[in-house]
Write a protein that binds this ligand. Structure first.
Ligand SMILES: Cc1ncc(COP(=O)(O)O)c(C=O)c1O
Length: 443
């Protein structure tokens, strides 16, 4: 198990007070806090080794290049890739998924083809493929979600057909926490010869990841959601598929040679890392991956399962039907994400009240609007049966509060959180009169 007290000492920001109370950081699905090891690795790089990479024979450039290349190796180890050159550094999951959509989709999708995504998708996984479908006149099809918060596997055979060229899905939902059955999806996609693109933004930081066993063609994830710096992320790709791809962004650092009428691309991953990369972010991400490997991803997983088990038990037993909770009931089926609504109280108001008590959560639709509409996730007792035509009305009426855990969170923090929710329930009628903050754009 984790030595949470020792881990907490590595995170300086945890000693901060928010509105006079000790910070309880439950917004880890949005971004995690950073340990001193990561902060110092970045500072050390700037202080002692800084130079551009892959474009200098001078010592600093050689050192920076070596550190940046070793960072790829560390990330390859973290996800058990066969080799470092399957690891492309990107700025975040969104960029990784766009890279696949544009670099693969533009050249391989044709009019009339079908692209399958899921209703559970984060917009970053869904929208790049919708754009490609628009450009190529292809059709987008959706795998639905059950009321219990699982993918509707019964639909797979009907939705994934001989026309399907790509299947894109999240390994774990950022709202429901649901961990999807990758093997079942991959099996069906392979039957029809489709490319499989997995969004690992909410799985790689939380569950052990072994790309050799996943069976997908691409996996994208964000460094900032796994203790690493913002601006860091990975697109892992199967080597043979990567090798066939032309770069999505072109320019310096992608080529071996250019003449006035020809280009010879570099080998992967460099062909996909155009321009001067975010060197320090890559180096910081490697430090974060080392930190997690030292703790052990199995232990990270178990810690979150225990926190979720404890939270759900207390939510159900103590707050009963006053709190509506979304997603699988079995903690083993999900990551450390707990999305809920307090009946009758707007989700943004709940988030602001929790912030006043020192607890950071996210509220809104968490970049998964179609999922909220499909499951009618709302604080209202009777959310509209028909989805309203007005965007403003939809944004006002649909949404949830999301608490999400990580390695430094404790049961004592959950106790405090449950106490805070109990208090909010007590003053619910007064809070209902508060205007919903116009500045909160947490859609
Ligand atoms: C499931 C999922 N996919 C993709 C993303 C996009 O990640 P990023 O904003 O780091 O690109 C997120 C971020 O919240 C996510 O939760």
């Amino acid at each position: 198990m984790l030595d949470v007290e020792a881990i907490r000492r590595d995170f300086p920001i945890l000693s901060r007070e928010i509105h006079g109370r000790r910070l309880v950081y439950f917004d880890n699905a949005a971004s995690t806090l950073k340990p001193v090891q990561v902060i110092e690795a970045i500072a050390d790089f700037y202080k002692k080794h800084y130079a551009n990479v892959h474009r200098g024979f001078h010592t600093l450039s050689q050192e920076a290049s070596q550190m940046y290349e070793e960072a790829h190796e560390t990330l390859a180890k973290f996800i058990n890739a066969y080799s470092w050159d399957e690891v492309v550094f990107v700025s975040n999951t969104t960029e990784g998924l766009n890279l696949v959509a544009y670099a693969w989709g533009l050249y391989n999708i044709r009019e009339g083809d079908e692209i399958v995504v899921t209703v559970m998708d984060h917009h970053s996984s869904m929208l790049p493929w919708r754009r490609i479908a628009e450009i190529k006149r292809a059709r987008v099809r959706y795998v639905g979600v059950t009321q219990e918060g699982y993918l509707d596997y019964d639909q797979l055979n009907e939705v994934i057909t001989e026309k399907t060229r790509v299947v894109a899905f999240p390994i774990a939902s950022n709202v429901l926490g649901t961990i999807n059955d990758v093997k079942v999806i991959v099996k069906r996609a392979r039957e029809v010869g489709a490319l499989v693109v997995a969004d690992g933004a909410q799985s790689v930081p939380h569950v052990p990841t072994n790309v050799r066993e996943l069976g997908v063609d691409f996996l994208a994830f964000s460094g900032h959601k796994m203790l690493g710096p913002t601006g860091s992320g990975v697109l892992w790709g199967r080597k043979d598929v990567l090798q066939e791809l032309r770069p999505f962004k072109v320019g310096g650092d992608t080529i071996r040679d250019v003449t006035l009428d020809d280009v010879t691309w570099l080998e992967p991953p460099w062909r996909f890392e155009a321009g001067t990369p975010n060197i320090e972010a890559g180096i910081g991400l490697a430090k974060a991956a080392e930190y997690l490997m030292k703790i052990g991803m199995e232990n990270v997983r178990q810690h979150e399962v225990e926190l979720v088990r404890y939270t759900l038990k207390r939510l159900v037993e103590e707050l009963g039907s006053e709190v509506r909770y979304y997603g699988p009931r079995n903690p083993e089926d999900k990551t450390g994400v707990v999305a809920f609504n307090i009946r009758g109280l707007h989700f943004h108001i709940v988030a602001q009240a929790l912030d006043y008590l020192g607890i950071a959560v996210r509220s809104g639709m968490h970049c998964a609007h179609p999922l909220h509409y499909a499951l009618r996730i709302s604080h209202e007792d009777s959310p509209p049966a028909e989805i309203p035509q007005s965007v403003d009305e939809r944004l006002r009426r649909f949404g949830s509060v999301r608490a999400s855990f990580y390695i430094y969170n404790t049961k004592e923090e959950v106790d405090y959180f449950i106490g805070a929710l109990t208090f909010i329930l007590m003053v619910r009628e007064q809070l209902k009169t508060k205007p919903v903050s116009a500045v909160c754009t947490g859609t």
